[in-house]
Design a protein around this ligand. Structure first.
Ligand code: THU
Length: 305
């Protein structure tokens, strides 16, 4: 699944906005049971730019919090069955020819509105961003709020998606700590990769799975050597496999091990920081439990030239 986030403003979020956006999008897609692999674009901008876009595309002369540009027309909101035949017949118009993913549309969010509205409603900006993305996703699935019953239905669905992620109005959320749908899939791949670990010396098998921005997964296992020092960790195996096939942008990594804690070593953290930003998510298996960190949490002030 390709989630492409563009950042068009110099104003900064003070929480992991990329994780929030990805998690809400994936949860929403799962919630409506979209049967296709999908992709979409999210642009973060400011009041000035969203005002311009609002004027240009909707003829509304004011700034707004979020704009949604659905790529599809639905017969019934959120119902993919009724457009299945149409989509198949017009495959080239609705699926990205390179990735074969369904192009769900575009979301534009004003960071200034996120903070203004969080303040107004007395909840965290994380909750506000998650709410706006969930709302916009429902628009991308054909829901609307023109009439009272329609609005109620749409709101209910948004809240369901947020509740699944444990993002509620009353909690002051700084980071998503719940293992998400996307996390689960990645952990499963890391566990499969661990089976190929070559670790006769330490007897400590490790598996890793790396997610690229456009949704590809590369896996790796630790490969040891009689000289000990020539050992390659699972994370670096996965990263080097990916980079050597032309991939350079990674958004998430899962690291698992049957025993103990699979915290990446210092060298792996440094290698990760070459190709992943501080918001990238690192899922680490610790005594059979998955812990969720951002790379920034695991490696502060990483070395950069
Ligand atoms: N190991 C990894 O695969 N990843 C890490 O980041 C930590 C260590 C492996 C290397 C070696 O094969 C075994 O764990 C024991 O150090």
């Amino acid at each position: 699944m390709g989630i492409y986030i563009e950042y068009n403003t110099d104003k900064k979020f003070d929480f992991n906005y990329e994780d929030v956006i990805r998690s809400v999008i994936i949860e929403a897609i799962d919630y409506v049971k979209c049967p296709y692999k999908a992709e979409l674009n999210v642009t973060i901008t400011d009041n000035e730019e969203i005002h311009e876009i609002n004027k240009q595309y909707r003829d509304v002369d004011s700034a707004t919090d979020v704009l949604s540009f659905p790529g599809l027309n639905y017969v019934e909101p959120g119902d993919f069955k009724s457009i299945k035949k149409f989509l198949e017949e017009n495959h080239e118009d609705y699926f990205n020819p390179e990735t074969d993913e369904l192009m769900l549309g575009d979301i534009v969010v004003s960071i200034e509105k996120v903070y203004e509205q969080a303040d107004k409603y007395g909840h965290s900006p994380l909750r506000e961003l998650a709410f706006l993305v969930a709302h916009s996703m429902m628009h991308l699935f054909g829901y609307d709020h023109m009439t009272e019953p329609e609005a109620k239905e749409m709101e209910g669905k948004q809240e369901d998606v947020l509740a699944r992620l444990d993002i509620t109005r009353d909690k002051d959320i700084k980071m998503i700590t719940k293992v998400t749908k996307e996390d689960e899939a990645l952990i499963k791949e890391a566990k499969k990769a661990m089976k190929f670990s070559y670790s006769p010396y330490s007897k400590f098998p490790v598996g890793a799975a790396l997610l690229t921005e456009d949704g590809k997964i590369f896996t790796g296992a630790n490969i040891e050597n009689a000289s000990y020092g020539a050992t390659n960790c699972a994370e670096r195996t996965a990263i080097f496999k990916a980079v050597s096939t032309g991939e350079k942008k990674f958004v998430k990594i899962a690291v698992v091990s049957k025993k103990g804690a699979a915290y990446p070593c210092g060298i792996c953290r440094q290698v990760m920081s070459e190709f992943m930003n501080e918001n990238a998510i690192c899922l680490v298996e610790v005594d059979k439990e998955i812990k969720r960190y951002s790379l920034g949490d695991l490696l502060a002030f990483s070395f950069k030239l």
